[in-house]
Ligand binder design. Sequence first.
Ligand SMILES: Cc1cc2nc3c(=O)[nH]c(=O)nc-3n(C[C@H](O)[C@H](O)[C@H](O)COP(=O)(O)O)c2cc1C
Length: 321
Amino acid sequence: MRSPRRDVDSRVEIGDTVLPAPVMASSGCFGTGAELLGTVDVGLLGAVVTKSLSQEPWPGNPPPRLVPASGGGMLNSVGLQNPGVRHWVAEELPRLVQAGARVVASIWGRTREEFRDAAMTLADAAGAVEGRMVAVEVNLSCPNVEAAGDMFAHDPGRVGEVLEAVTGALGELPAWAKLSPNVPSVVAAAAAARDAGAAAVVLVNTLIAMTIDVETGRPTLGNVTGGLSGPPLRPVAVRHVHDVYAALPGLPVIGVGGVVGAEHAVELMMAGASAVQMGTAHLADPRAGIKCQRDLARWCAKRGVLRVADLTGAAHGGASR
Ligand SMILES: Cc1cc2nc3c(=O)[nH]c(=O)nc-3n(C[C@H](O)[C@H](O)[C@H](O)COP(=O)(O)O)c2cc1C
């Protein structure tokens, strides 16, 4: 008997980028990618997004860096620790590609020049891996040293400047702009990213939050504040995806925030996402994304949805695009 999954076309398009499946591992929750080889068949995921990489290695924040939050959420203040983009290109990218992964390299910087330099390093590396590096994700939820440490993502003008520098360096390689939910609306930042050449926006990064240990009276994170992720973030992500899809027709949106199971991926896609990413759920189960993808195809088959991509925008009165 044929599996119901075979009847469902799981391919999704993000601008010119075609992925065979809609669920990606989000940045920071799958290591820099290569650690999980041997545990997970990374080729089954839509793509693997790496931990955000900077031009130079970065040590990150003091511990503790990860603490549980209520409602199955998590607070992290890893602080963008990474081995540097050149190390990653030399040591980890080849292993990921050899294992069959489609790779999205995430970058961050403290100035627009640092973003540009990291993008240039990746543009050089992309040619050597023959199309397996499918995009560069630009993490704009990091402090801008030229704006007293406020996040790039909080200022549409800065978002545009960074994207312009990155897209100029990348040439044909698509840039996806990952935005912060810590603003009343992400539409202006998404429009700025689009106007500067971003091929898609990734919504959302974590919400700034903190918890306190009431026995010690001290903040639980070494950095005092951190980013809230997991299920409590999901309605926030759904709302931002919904708003950007409605306001900016033609701009592909990738949804991320609180996806644990297939219904959550469906919800983000109905809000307007062309594909989804899963972060925190991978910390508990590195195969969570693959399972989600399988269950998503089953969910569609059961309801007669022949193409997963048909879910995109279904919550907007059926006006998919
Ligand atoms: C431990 C941890 C590290 C993260 N590191 C990054 C990072 O380096 N770059 C980035 O863009 N997002 C990072 N994120 C954010 C996730 O990619 C994702 O946007 C967020 O966690 C929401 O998705 P989730 O609820 O599925 O985890 C990190 C999240 C966690 C939990």
